[in-house]
Design a protein around this ligand. Structure first.
Ligand code: NAP
Ligand code: MG
Length: 496
C-alpha cells in the first residue's frame, strides 16, 4: 500500500539543507561523511545529512566565539536585538507551511500537528523572548550611602544546545530564542533523526539579520558532534533536552572539561490520577488518551502511568479504550490524520519490545499492541493500553516514548500519591478530582515540575517548564529561562 499524498511529491514543496551552517554558510562535514535522513512515513531516504564531528564542532565554536567577541550581536542595544528577533519570527511565520511539511516528512508526526502546534509555537517562542529583552531591568543593591552596588546580568558567551527529535524545531527554539536575545552566540546540535527544520531555520535567521556566526548548526551523531560540544573547552554552557541517560553523560562531559554550565530537560514517566469523584469522566478519558497518543506518545510529559481509583477503573478504562480504538494510524501528510508514524525503525522496535515485555510481566492488553500500516514501509504502532499494571513493572518504570498507556489501580488518595511519586522521574503529574482538599494536597505532594488539576498539558510560553528528580534541572519557557543564559555579576563602587 502506498499513501495517496506521497513523500516524493511533498519533497518538491520544501527547501532541504543538509550541511552544517557555520559562520553564515552551509559547509559539508570536513570528513565528507554523511548520514541518511529517512522519512518514517514510508521508510524512504529523503536526503543525506552532513555527519559532523569534533573538527566541525570546533569550527562552529570558533565562529561563535569570534562573533561574540566582535560585539556585533552581544553588544547590540537590546531594542535592536529585539527588532532583528521579531524579523526572525516573521520569517519563520512566512515559511510556516514549508517548515511544517519538512518536520512531518522528517519525523512523521501528523501535518495537522506541525501546522497547528509545532511551528506556530516556534514563532510564539521567538516573539515572546524578542519582546521581553528590552523590558527587563538589572538591579541596584541596598548599599550604604558611600557605595553603589549594581547587580547585572551578562551573556555567557558561547552556548551549545543539544536537542531531541520529538518536537525538533520547538525544543530547539526553547533554547536558541532565550540564548540569542540575551546576547549569546549559539551552536545547535539537533537530533540526527530530525535536523532538517533547524538547518533551514538557521538560514532564515541569517536572512532576518542575525549576524554570521551568531547562530550555527552542526548536524551529526550525538556520540560525535554532541559529545564534542559538551567536552569543548570554549563552550560556556550546554543546554540539553533528551533522555536521562544522555543527560547524565552531558553532565560528565561538563565536569571533565571546563565546568561549563549545564541545564538538562530529560525524560518522564508521568502519572495521571483519576479519583472516583472526577468531575467529568468523559473529559478525563479524552485527556488520558491524548496525554499518551498525541505525537504517538513521543512526548516527554506523556501521562504514561494512568492511575485510576479501583471503584471506577473498569468503566473509565472502557472510555479510554474507545478513544484509543477510534485513533487509526494514518498517513501523516493527510490533513485528517491525527495519529502518525514513530520517528524511526529503531524507536518503533523499542516500543514493540516494551509492549512484549508488558505482556510477559503479566499486564493485560486492552487494545493495540502491534505494528500498523507495515505495507507502507513506514514505522507505525497502534495506540496501546495495558490494564492490571503494577508500578514495579518495566512498563511502569521505564520511559517507553511511544503510544502505550500503563493503567494502574489504587484504593485511596494516599495510595495514589505514593504510587505517583514512586519513580525516578518528576516532569509532570496530574489529578482529576472534585475535592478541593485533594486538588491542593496533590498539587503540593506530587514531585513534578508541572502539575495539572482537572486537565492535562495546560501550558503556555509564560510558564516555566522542566523537571524534578532525574527529569533534569533548569527551566525552559517564561522569563525564568533567561537565568540559564546569563551570568550574575556584582559591581560594587565606592564613592568618595
Ligand atoms: P536522546 O537520545 O537523549 O538524544 C538527545 C540529543 O542528544 C540528540 O541530539 C542526540 O544525538 C544527542 N546525544 C546522544 N548521545 C550523545 C552523547 N553521548 N553526547 C552528547 N549528545 C548526545 O533523546 P531523543 O531520543 O532525541 O529524545 C527523546 C528523549 O527526550 C526522551 O527521553 C524525552 O523524554 C526527552 N525529552 C525531554 C523533554 C523535556 O523538556 N524534559 C522534551 C522533549 C524530549 P543523536 O540524534 O545522534 O542521538
Ligand atoms: Mg528523519
Amino acid at each position: 500500500m502506498t499513501f495517496s499524498t506521497g513523500v516524493a511529491a511533498a519533497l518538491k514543496k520544501v527547501t532541504i539543507r543538509t550541511e552544517a551552517f557555520i559562520n553564515g554558510e552551509f559547509t559539508p562535514a570536513q570528513s565528507g561523511e554523511t548520514l541518511p535522513c529517512i522519512s518514517p512515513i514510508d521508510g524512504s531516504e529523503i536526503a543525506r545529512l552532513s555527519a559532523c564531528d569534533a573538527a566541525d564542532v570546533d569550527l562552529a565554536v570558533k565562529a561563535a566565539r569570534a562573533s561574540f567577541e566582535s560585539g556585533l550581536w552581544s553588544k547590540l542595544p537590546p531594542r535592536k536585538r529585539r527588532q532583528i528577533m521579531l524579523n526572525f519570527a516573521d520569517m519563520v511565520e512566512a515559511h510556516a507551511d514549508e517548515l511544517a511539511l519538512l518536520e512531518t516528512l522528517d519525523m512523521g508526526k501528523p501535518i495537522r500537528n506541525t501546522r497547528n502546534a509545532d511551528i506556530p509555537l516556534v514563532v510564539q517562542t521567538i516573539r515572546y523572548y524578542a519582546e521581553a529583552i528590552d523590558k527587563i531591568y538589572d538591579e541596584l543593591g541596598p548599599s550604604p550611602h558611600d557605595a553603589v552596588s549594581m547587580i547585572v546580568r551578562e551573556p555567557l558567551g558561547v552556548v551549545g544546545a543539544v536537542t531531541p527529535w520529538n518536537f525538533p524545531l520547538l525544543m530547539a527554539s526553547w533554547k536558541f530564542a532565550p540564548a540569542l536575545v540575551t546576547g549569546n552566540s549559539v551552536v545547535m546540535k539537533p537530533a540526527e533523526q530530525a535536523s532538517l527544520t533547524m538547518l533551514r531555520t538557521a538560514e532564515l535567521a541569517a536572512e532576518a539579520g542575525i549576524p554570521a556566526g551568531v547562530l550555527n548548526v552542526v548536524p551529526g551523531n550525538g556520540a560525535q558532534a554532541g559529545k564534542a560540544m559538551a567536552l569543548h573547552m570554549d563552550v560556556d554552557a550546554v543546554v540539553f533536552t533528551g533522555s536521562t541517560a544522555v543527560g547524565k553523560l552531558i553532565m560528565g562531559y561538563g565536569a571533565q572539561s571546563n565546568l561549563k554550565r549545564i541545564a538538562l530537560e530529560c525524560g518522564g514517566k508521568s502519572p495521571q490520577i483519576v479519583m472516583e469523584d472526577c468531575p467529568d469522566f468523559d473529559a478525563a478519558a479524552m485527556a488520558a488518551a491524548w496525554a499518551v497518543f498525541y505525537d504517538q506518545g513521543q512526548v516527554c510529559t506523556a501521562g504514561t502511568r494512568l492511575l485510576v481509583q479501583n471503584s471506577v477503573k473498569d468503566e473509565f478504562l472502557a472510555k479510554v479504550a474507545a478513544v484509543a480504538k477510534s485513533l487509526k494510524p494514518g498517513d501523516p501528510l493527510d490533513e485528517n490524520t491525527r495519529f502518525g508514524a514513530l520517528v524511526d525503525e529503531a524507536q518503533m522496535n523499542t516500543v514493540l519490545g516494551y509492549i512484549e515485555k508488558g505482556g510477559a510481566e503479566g499486564a493485560k492488553l486492552v487494545c493495540g499492541g502491534g505494528r500498523a500500516l507495515s505495507d507502507s514501509g513506514g514505522f507505525y504502532v497502534a495506540p496501546t493500553i495495558f490494564d492490571g499494571v503494577d508500578n514495579k513493572m518495566t512498563i511502569a518504570q521505564e520511559e517507553i516514548f511511544g503510544p502505550v498507556i500503563s493503567a494502574i489501580g489504587f484504593d485511596d488518595f494516599d495510595d495514589a500519591m505514593r504510587i505517583a511519586n514512586d519513580t525516578i522521574y518528576g516532569l509532570a503529574a496530574g489529578i482529576w478530582t472534585s475535592n478541593l482538599n485533594y486538588a491542593h494536597k496533590a498539587s503540593r505532594t506530587l514531585r513534578a515540575g508541572n502539575v495539572w488539576v482537572n486537565c492535562w498539558d495546560g501550558s503556555d510560553i509564560t510558564t516555566p517548564f522542566g523537571g524534578f528528580k532525574q527529569s533534569g534541572f533548569g527551566r525552559d519557557r517564561s522569563l525564568h529561562a533567561l537565568d540559564k543564559y546569563t551570568e550574575l555579576k556584582t559591581i560594587w563602587m565606592k564613592l568618595s
